[in-house]
Design a protein around this ligand. Structure first.
Ligand code: GRG
Length: 298
């Protein structure tokens, strides 16, 4: 499939905010007294070659509504902390039991299981500390905290629905799949876009449009993830592949087939673009990020 030619996308440009977010996180941690081994574990989880999609979304959504990137740096860093927490815990033996992530040992393989649990706990709490201590306006801090806490809790609910299901009933598989991933993968993406919009001073209609964009991108992100899981190699992805279907989990290719998944990605990609119709060229980075996420290879 090729919705677009990945080579024509200027990845450097699209991901420009990522470096600022990493520098910001690094400075925050260097000033935060923590036991040396805990800090090492947190840094390992945070700086391991992740794509920083969620912080990039925060900053690009802030810019799309006319804000400056600096206004969104603390929330952008905070959401990467929450994301890193979720991956560290997801990899634990009690959950997905993965040895490899981003081409390196997972956090518990590197630092031990107890430390991976504690570093995950710390990253979740540090995210909210960062927002509370680094946001100038109390109103913005409150709104951003609301978005991030709802996003984190919906993500956890999605993980429970996916891995410890109890209430399946007679829901059809595609509805079930979408409900799980609206939460598990989509909730943080939605929080990222809304936090960015809030930091940039979005009007209600703009925030609603960013939410529609996020909903489409969130499901598309998961559909691409599921597709890569069955079409890419462990070397390409830096992690084990084809585990989900093996564990009986619902996946897009499992429900729709590979071709059906590609068509679904095309539909969601179009929905995300449609949501941005009323935005001017300041939303171009969001449009291009959506293009990249549709054709990403890792
Ligand atoms: C353990 C509370 C808890 C939640 C886990 C996010 C999650 C919920 C589990 C991760 C499992 C997974 C593969 C989800 C699919 C989508 C996803 C979040 C992929 C990883 O995100 P990327 O591709 O990762 O943005 P990088 O490495 O780029 O940061």
């Amino acid at each position: 499939m090729s919705i677009l030619d990945v080579n024509r996308l200027d990845l450097e440009q699209i991901t420009l905010p990522a470096r600022n977010v990493q520098a910001y996180l690094s400075a925050f941690l260097s000033h935060r007294p923590l036991p040396e081994n805990l800090k090492r574990a947190v840094e390992y989880a945070l700086f391991g070659g992740g794509k920083l999609v969620r912080p990039i979304l925060v900053i690009r959504c802030c810019e799309a509504v006319g804000g400056r990137p600096e206004q969104a740096l603390a929330p952008a860093a905070a959401i990467e902390l929450v994301h890193a927490f979720s991956l560290a815990h997801d990899d634990l033996p009690a959950m997905d039991d993965d040895d490899l992530r981003r081409g390196r040992p997972t956090l518990h393989k590197q630092e031990g299981e107890a430390m991976a649990v504690l570093a995950g706990d710390a990253m979740l709490a540090l995210a909210f500390e960062l927002i509370a201590t680094r946001t100038k306006s109390a109103d913005t801090a409150l709104e951003v905290t609301r978005e991030l806490s709802i996003g984190a809790n919906d993500m956890i609910a999605g993980q429970v629905q996916d891995t410890l299901p109890t209430d399946i009933g007679d829901q059809n598989p595609i509805d079930r799949l979408e409900e799980i991933h609206k939460n598990k993968t989509g909730a943080l993406i939605r929080a990222a876009c809304r936090m960015g919009g809030i930091c940039g001073g979005a009007a209600a209609a703009q925030l609603a449009a960013l939410t529609r964009y996020a909903q489409a991108v969130g499901l598309m992100f998961q559909a691409v993830d599921d597709l890569l899981d069955v079409t890419a190699t462990p070397d390409e992805l830096g992690k084990a592949v084809q585990k989900d279907a093996g564990h009986g989990k619902l996946t897009y290719p499992g429900v729709l087939g590979i071709q059906g998944t590609r068509e679904q990605i095309t539909r969601l990609h179009a929905q995300a673009h449609a949501a941005m119709e009323d935005f001017d060229k300041r939303a171009d980075p969001l449009r291009e990020l959506c293009d990249y996420l549709a054709v990403r290879q890792k």
